[in-house]
Design a protein around this ligand. Structure first.
Ligand SMILES: [Zn+2]
Length: 297
């Protein structure tokens, strides 16, 4: 499942490819991918004629600012969920097997913004999604994003922003009798941290996944907060992880998987103390840890 670093990698890819391109139309091959408006026809009508000006990310949501011919702005939101991929293709490229939405694009610049031999025309942003949980929204002019993309309103602080402070982290966790791993996966506490990075940050902090939030000291919480930021930044620097179905917009894999310390390393020696990494079930997910470096309280 794409987590924050993968979504950020996709955002950067979209910034490098689609800016200045005007959406000329498209095809929705699976209606339920469109979460808003109610019909695919209204979705495509809303996007058509609008030019991509900027891509932002909030948690695992991708949000595009679009400018329409009359100068007004509207928006486009995407959540990749389990297996969604946004791919920047030539329009004539054969369709990938699980293509769900196609958005046709044309450069509105006289000079092509990318150096493709297609001279800036006949490009396409394609949404490929095997498991079909991915979602898209058209955000009409003048309407606040969280009114349409309702999940945005429930997100906790952005981990790579000053909002993710020790004070905020402590306030969200204090007195809570739930395992810290579950809290890290809770998008209302911190946005965008998933299974891989929660396991890695807990390992770097020497904290067992099952430790209850209320048992952690302020110093431990600060260490953990810093390590959450560190693992996300490290992964972004490597273009996201190699795991699951993740690819960037031009189809390349990330490289973070190769440096994961505990995630997916069950039975292999801990890189610090050689003790075999263990795996348990927690919050319906796998939790990986070193029993020596992450002692049980
Ligand atoms: Zn160890």
């Amino acid at each position: 499942m794409p987590e924050l670093p993968e979504v950020e990698t996709v955002r950067r890819g979209l910034e490098a490819t689609t800016i200045g391109y005007r959406i000329t139309g498209g095809v929705v091959l699976l209606d339920r991918t469109v979460a808003y408006p109610d019909t695919s026809t209204a979705f495509l009508a809303g996007l058509s004629g609008a030019t991509v000006r900027q891509w932002r990310r909030r948690g695992k949501y991708l949000l595009a600012d679009l400018e329409r011919a009359d100068g007004t702005t509207c928006g486009f939101g995407v959540h990749l969920r389990m297996t969604g991929q946004l791919l920047w293709c030539d329009r004539l490229a054969p369709l990938q097997k699980h293509t769900r939405v196609r958005l046709f694009m044309e450069s509105d610049q006289t000079t092509p913004v990318d150096q493709s031999p297609m001279d800036g025309r006949d490009r396409e942003l394609r949404f490929v999604d095997t498991r079909t949980f991915g979602q898209m929204w058209w955000i009409p002019p003048g309407i606040a994003e969280p009114q349409i993309v309702t999940g945005l309103g429930k997100l906790g602080p952005e981990p790579l922003s000053p909002d993710f402070s020790l004070a905020a982290f402590r306030a969200a966790l204090a007195h809570r009798k739930r395992p810290i791993k579950n809290a890290l996966l809770d998008q209302t506490i911190v946005a965008g941290v998933g299974n891989i990075y929660a396991d890695e940050a807990l390992f770097l902090s020497g904290i067992r996944s099952t430790t209850l939030c209320c048992e952690l000291t302020a110093a431990q919480l600060e260490t953990l907060r810093q390590n959450v930021v560190r693992v996300l930044q490290d992964s972004i620097a490597l273009g996201g992880t190699t795991f699951s179905d993740f690819v960037g917009v031009t189809g390349t894999n990330g490289r973070y998987g190769g440096i994961a310390r505990v995630y997916n390393r069950t039975g292999q020696p801990c890189l610090v103390c050689q003790t075999p990494i263990e795996r348990i079930r927690l919050a319906g997910r796998s939790a990986h840890f070193c029993p020596q470096c992450q002692p049980k309280r």
